[in-house]
Design a protein around this ligand. Structure first.
Ligand code: AHR
Length: 663
């Protein structure tokens, strides 16, 4: 190229580049002003959403290993197989006493005529049973003998068919109508990811059996009949500000008969009436015909769990409406009273003293002290005037009795559109305490909407980002993956939630758990099999936020503006008055390394060392797995400040948390 042309080309290129270079220079400085708090961060800010979906409760955190332990599934022997040397009509007979025992109508009656025959029943567990070598297993059964003479042998059997633990149960000699409970413990001699429980009968006789149960010893806090410790530990590690339960759509049920009724989940487990789980048949592409809610985990246990992990309980109650995606049944307005009464009684159950009707029930279950319930949700993803009409009745009754009690209200299934606009207007006119917004959207939506709350009204209703997850494919697609791209998009969006702590008081990812062989919905925060559990990249994002919550949001600006996507960078900052730290969260959503300078101003003192925790990966498609559970997980190091400045080298597709002491 002749020299003149070259000069012209250079001049044009330089003149095009120059403004952006100048711009880039101006945009290189992030200023965090620690002495200008914008709003307090609510202690509830980052929480967890628990629902019995994907085998979350039964087959999940509820550590019971026997599926269909009381033969109440609609196919009474689902999960069980009968083995016998000689076919004998009625040797394992299901008896249904539905007229006299509504909660637990069925049991099996075992008849064995000849001692020389063999007869046994085997339970397959929830996609098998996870058995750990050396661990104690607690077997129990309710029984009554019709004819004495049968000895029970309980055996753990590995995938390879080897007996890896056994115990003998000799029923006490009495015969008659009363039920007894036998319990025996034994150790497993080997491990199995997918074992089963075999019960075989020695001798001859006739015995009725019900509530056949097997729990591992190593439950959370070693509680008999308790929860799976590894799964609960992952929650406890997050230090969640609240736990929402029991859902989700299970609150509503397919129809009103199958709605979640908390009063039926209390007391002795044999008296808790099981219902079909609405996720059982929700998706034809992920059928789960053996999915029921046994309520071995009920509201008492959920409150206890909340207390254990230091999270505020957030129960969600049915608003007199079944799932509007399913039957859309509603209870007539003039028959709403029992539903409203359930809400009032729940507050008494949680907080009332032992002299109140429902406080007495809680105390009798083992918790005389109150659970300190301060809020509840009325309705899950309900919408339309039929919701508002019912909600007004709930709100009036609850506020009349408990004026300071906070109510979470639904804004429907989507964060925009006609339904949302209608509900948002109505709820704000009602001066709703907290509006629950849900968004299952693509990562791009999360990036583009990180500033969603910047212009929300500062007064009036607070926001609960009650269910959200970036979908790598599309909502309810079985292809959705918990990959780094989705986690980083959520982290970016969460800077907007944090920056707007004046408006957003709570947030939770959804759903929480999924069993690798029993899920209906993906993506999910934590994946488990029968023996292992691991956090996804999305889990680590949630954990980094909740364990770096702080107490006050402070300005973090670039070029005088909040940072929400300029150069693909997203920033929020908080101070923590308990630790006197400033915590700065920075997301780089781009495929390139981005260099910034962070200047911390307004601090009387500043440590010379920052703790830097980075979540990054080699590819946006990278995921964690049972084999590599920590492939995408945070790495912590320290770095030196230069005066009040930090050089931030923000890796591609990364989430970085800087923590600097100000003592
Ligand atoms: O989180 C899974 C489901 O998504 C919830 O049950 C429901 O509220 C939403 O539609």
């Amino acid at each position: 190229m002749p020299i003149k042309k070259l000069l012209v080309a250079f001049t044009i290129t330089a003149s095009l580049l120059l403004p952006s270079l100048i711009q880039a220079q101006n945009n290189n400085l992030i200023t965090v002003q620690v002495n200008k708090p914008i709003a307090p961060i609510q202690p509830t800010m980052w929480g967890v959403f628990f629902e019995d979906i994907n085998l979350g409760a039964d087959g999940g955190i509820y550590a019971e290993l026997v599926k269909n332990r009381s033969f109440e599934f609609y196919k009474p022997l689902m999960g069980w197989t009968v083995t016998q040397s000689k076919f004998n009509e009625g040797s394992v007979l299901v008896i249904n006493r539905q007229e006299t025992n509504i909660a637990n109508p069925r049991f099996v009656s075992i008849t064995k005529d000849a001692a020389t025959d063999t007869l046994g029943i085997t339970n397959e567990g929830f996609r098998g049973m996870g058995i750990k070598k050396g661990l104690r297993y607690d077997f129990s059964v309710m029984y009554r003998q019709q004819t004495a003479g049968l000895t029970l042998h309980a055996e753990l059997v590995s995938m390879a068919g080897k007996v890896i633990g056994s115990a003998v149960i000799n029923p006490s000699p009495g015969i008659g109508a009363a039920w007894s409970k036998a319990a025996v413990s034994f150790n497993a001699t080997d491990s199995s990811l997918s074992g089963k429980l075999n019960i075989w009968f020695e001798g001859a006789g006739k015995i009725d059996l019900d509530m056949i149960s097997l729990f591992p010893e190593d439950t959370w806090k070693k509680r008999p009949g308790g929860m799976r410790a590894d799964m609960i530990q992952l929650l406890a590690d997050m230090k969640p500000g609240f736990i929402r339960f029991p859902g989700g759509c299970v609150v509503e049920g397919y129809d009103l008969g199958l709605r979640y009724q908390w009063k039926k989940t209390l007391g002795n487990i044999e008296d808790r009436q099981l219902i079909i789980n609405r996720w059982n048949s929700e998706f034809s592409h992920r059928p789960t015909p053996d999915y029921f809610q046994t309520f071995g985990l009920g509201f008492y246990e959920y409150f206890q769990l909340a207390e254990d992990i230091g999270a505020a309980p957030l129960p969600i109650l049915n608003a007199g409406m079944a799932c509007q995606f399913n039957s859309a049944e509603v209870v007539p307005i003039d028959q709403l009273d029992p539903y409203v009464q359930d809400a009032l009684d729940l507050i008494e159950f949680a907080n009332g003293d032992a002299n109140t009707q429902w406080g007495k029930v809680r105390a009798a279950m083992g918790h005389p002290a109150p659970f300190n319930l301060t809020m509840m949700g009325v309705g899950n993803e309900n919408w339309g005037p039929q919701y508002i009409d019912r909600l007004k009745i709930f709100s009036k009754a609850i506020k009349a009795r408990y004026p300071d009690f906070k109510l979470v209200n639904s804004s429907g299934t989507d964060p925009n559109g006609e339904r949302f606009d209608y509900l948002n207007t109505e709820l704000r006119n009602m001066n709703a305490d907290i509006i629950d917004e849900h968004y299952y959207r693509k990562p791009e939506w999360f990036l583009a909407n990180a500033a969603r709350y910047d212009n929300y009204p500062r007064n009036g209703s607070k926001i609960f980002a009650g269910e959200y997850a970036a979908q790598s494919d599309h909502t309810v697609s079985i292809e959705n993956k918990n990959n780094t791209e989705t986690a980083i998009a959520e982290a970016a969006f969460m800077t907007g939630l944090e920056r707007n702590a004046a408006v957003v008081s709570m947030a939770s990812y959804a759903p929480l758990f999924a069993h690798i062989d029993g899920w209906q919905w993906t993506p999910d925060l934590i994946w488990v099999n029968n023996l292992q559990s691991y956090g996804t990249p999305n889990y680590y994002v949630q954990k980094l936020y909740s364990t770096n919550k702080g107490t006050n949001v402070v300005p973090a600006l670039m070029d005088g503006k909040s940072i929400s996507g300029q150069d693909s960078i997203y920033v929020s900052a908080v101070t923590d008055k308990n630790t006197s730290d400033v915590i700065i969260k920075v997301v780089n959503a781009s495929a390139n390394v981005v260099n910034k300078m962070i200047s911390i101003i307004g601090a009387k003192k500043l440590s010379t060392i920052a703790t830097v925790t980075v979540l990054k990966s080699n590819s946006v498609l990278e995921v964690n797995s049972f084999v590599t559970p920590d492939a995408v997980s945070p790495v912590t190091a320290t770095m030196q400040l230069k005066g009040n400045k930090l050089t931030a080298t923000l890796l591609a597709h990364s989430f970085t948390v800087y923590r600097i002491g100000m003592k």
